[in-house]
Design a protein around this ligand. Structure first.
Ligand code: DGY
Length: 319
């Protein structure tokens, strides 16, 4: 039987690529460069399936130009803001993502960002690393204590809940905003807020875990930063579009925000050059799910979705 033709746009884990090559007529972009709109459109005439990452943008314009050969886009990501889902649905293309498997890795990274931002990780590392550490005082590099503090989580989906579970290990008092309250067994004592504004008023630490949609673009803007307790710490391991970066810089300059931990930026790759001057911004380059175990799990989940699709079943993660 002829194997479906599969294009893998980026260098996925070795185990994923081996399994893909075994089961599909697979072409891999070994150069590991993001697929341009033209490349996606051209590939749609040659392949039955694509496994892209969030670096490949299936806009409405691209979707309109895809060849009818392409039947499924099995994303290697949980976030799908790079895909215009209605436009792809209108073309009859199945789209899947990889939920669940990256929640712990991303929550771990959010914890790293929160701790690093709260305890001057950037400046501390710099002065030791450069040999500039020639002074110590009890008032030196005093940070904000995480243990026992109030944590506000926006978006209590899988990653938000995994982050809350880890934060409970620091005895944090968990508050959350979500479209609807979680059943008590799942909320595990976390306090529900039915507006973002209400949540912000108690968030000594704030962590963003909601998807990027037109409704959540610039969710954290100047008005909302002003609602946080003074000296709050904000963490974003979800999507850069959630934060108005100019407003964040102003909130940091005024001391309204003490520090921020960011794995996501409005412009990626690259980030915001204006952030570089601020050592109270602890930054990482969108690597929330980048662990060996999770990369394998994401790749296998994408392939499970493809296998189901080509077996005539509905993929588990069909959107
Ligand atoms: C995701 O899965 O959405 C991560 O951000 C990596 O793309």
């Amino acid at each position: 039987m002829t194997k479906p033709r599969l294009w893998i746009t980026r260098r996925l884990s070795d185990a994923t690529l081996e399994r893909a090559a075994r089961d599909y007529d697979t072409v891999i972009n070994h150069e590991d460069t993001p697929g341009s709109a033209d490349a996606l459109i051209a590939a749609s005439a040659e392949f039955d399936a694509i496994i892209p990452c969030h670096s490949e943008h299936f806009s409405a314009d691209v979707a309109a130009q895809l060849d009818t050969r392409l039947k499924i886009i099995a994303n290697h990501s949980v976030g799908v803001d790079h895909c215009d889902l209605p436009a792809l649905a209108a073309r009859g293309i199945t789209v899947t993502n990889t939920p669940d498997v990256l929640s712990d890795a991303t929550a771990e990274l959010a914890m790293l960002l929160m701790l690093g931002a709260a305890r001057h990780a950037v400046a501390g590392d710099r002065i030791v690393r450069t040999g500039a550490w020639d002074f110590w005082s009890p008032s030196f590099m005093v940070g904000k204590q995480v243990t026992g503090s109030r944590l506000g989580i926006i978006g209590m989906g899988r990653v938000g809940r995994a982050f809350a579970a880890k934060a409970r290990g620091f005895d944090m008092k968990i508050h959350y905003y979500n479209r609807s309250p979680l059943p008590e067994g799942i909320a595990a004592g976390a306090t529900y807020h039915d507006t973002v504004e209400s949540l912000l008023s108690v968030a000594d630490f704030l962590s963003l875990h909601c998807p990027a949609t037109p409704q959540t673009t610039n969710l954290m803007n100047a008005e909302r930063f002003a609602l946080l307790p003074k000296g709050a710490v904000m963490v974003n391991s979800a999507r850069g579009a959630l934060v108005d970066e100019a407003a964040l810089l102003e909130a940091l300059a005024s001391g309204q925000i003490a520090a921020a931990g960011l794995d996501c930026f409005q412009v990626e790759p690259g980030g915001n050059p204006a952030f570089a001057a601020h050592e109270n911004i602890f930054m990482l380059p969108h690597i929330g799910s980048a662990t060996t175990r999770t990369r394998d799990a994401m790749g296998f989940r994408a392939l499970d979705n493809l296998d189901a699709f080509f077996a005539g079943q509905t993929p588990r993660d069909k959107l």
